[in-house]
Design a protein around this ligand. Structure first.
Ligand code: NAD
Length: 329
């Protein structure tokens, strides 16, 4: 099947070409995002593949339908960038990658806690400048601390297991309880118990219900000086409110792999340009903030599974087989 692959990075192309040997699809790569201005490139492609910042809204889907597209395959777990109602209206099936190494994201979230708490990012820069001072680098022992997990699904539960291994008390919030989370020692609590947490880590999807789940009010109810980690979706945090909480010291530090306005910034080298986004510029100016560019998923294992699952979904679609990873509403 002809597949138009948007937001295609060089590391994906090489691997996709290798994996495609057993699928024999006709792969055409586009550097650009799929958006209204580029959707005409997909004309004549029955399958289109996108990534997390391609805005696959109603207008884009209408354009895809006109061009004969029948399948959109997102190379991600999250699908908040796709208008599922519009896809259904246009008879376009949508598939995602439900299960690719959730360890990759969970392990990255743990890494962010360690770096942020022990100020390893600052020590790295200091020693390169010949500064071996310890002033300002003090952290806290994780053992015995309380870690809150918001969203105890696949990633949240693995993250909880690792933190339990550090000797932390792990508490969780979720609209659906997971027996696995409780089996590894996690304990479900009420929303007000967030005040007990020394570290809060977000692992729920971005939905209308979870949009700005970390608001000014949530931040004011957290333990003073707690750390906030977000490897899920930027829209979960009211970033302006987080900046105010960082300025007042209510929030002790924040590490984010995702950012609400990341589209247009992330996955690009903008080091030779003036970045017009004052919010991200303010954030990166804080010594107690770490920003990474949506890389939590980026391990060899996870990328291989993402790309193989995407090609396999298209093969299933082409053969008229059931789509195991279809998103239905
Ligand atoms: P999952 O579906 O297994 O788990 C999500 C959990 O969130 C579920 O248990 C669900 O019940 C819960 N949830 C839903 N609404 C909630 C609410 N209002 N309050 C509390 N919990 C709620 O998903 P997963 O595979 O664990 O992935 C979690 C998220 O991680 C994805 O939605 C995606 O946004 C993000 N993600 C980020 C990266 C990255 O590279 N940074 C990579 C993969 C996934």
């Amino acid at each position: 099947m002809r597949i138009a692959i948007f937001s295609a990075k060089s590391y994906e192309r090489t691997l996709l070409d290798e994996l495609n040997a057993s699928h024999q699809h006709d792969l055409v790569y586009f550097d650009t995002l799929l958006e209204l201005g580029t959707a005409s490139l997909a004309a004549g492609f029955p399958a289109v593949s996108v990534f997390v910042n391609d805005p696959v809204d109603g207008k884009v889907l209408s354009r895809l339908a006109e061009g004969g597209t029948k399948l959109v395959a997102t190379r991600s777990t999250g699908f908040n960038h796709i208008d599922l109602e519009a896809a259904k209206k246009h008879g376009i099936a949508v598939v995602r990658v439900t299960n690719y190494s959730p360890n990759s994201v969970a392990e990255f979230a743990v890494g962010l806690i360690l770096v942020l708490n022990r100020k390893i990012h600052r020590a790295y820069n200091r020693t390169r400048e010949g500064n071996f001072e310890l002033d300002g680098l003090m952290g806290f022992d994780l053992v015995g601390r309380t870690v809150a997990v918001i969203g105890t699904g696949k990633i949240g539960t693995i993250f909880a297991r690792i933190m339990a291994g550090f000797g932390c008390e792990v508490i969780g919030f979720d609209v659906h309880r997971s027996s696995e989370f409780e089996r590894i020692g996690g304990r479900y609590v009420d929303a007000e118990d967030i005040e007990k947490a020394d570290v809060v880590s977000l692992h729920c999807p971005l939905t209308p219900e979870t949009y700005h789940i970390v608001s000014a009010r949530t931040l004011s109810r957290m333990k003073r000086g707690a750390l906030l980690i977000n490897t899920s979706r930027g829209g979960l945090i009211d970033t302006e409110a987080a900046i105010e909480a960082l300025k007042s010291g209510q929030l002790g530090g924040m590490a984010i792999d995702v950012y609400e306005q990341e589209a247009g910034l992330f996955f690009k080298d903008l080091s030779s340009t003036v970045i017009p986004d004052d919010v991200i510029q303010r954030l990166v100016s804080f010594p107690n903030v770490i920003v990474t560019g949506h890389q939590a998923f980026f391990t060899r294992e996870a990328l291989g599974t993402i790309l193989e699952t995407t090609l396999a979904s298209v093969s299933d679609f082409a053969a008229g087989r059931p789509l195991a990873n279809q998103i239905t509403i």
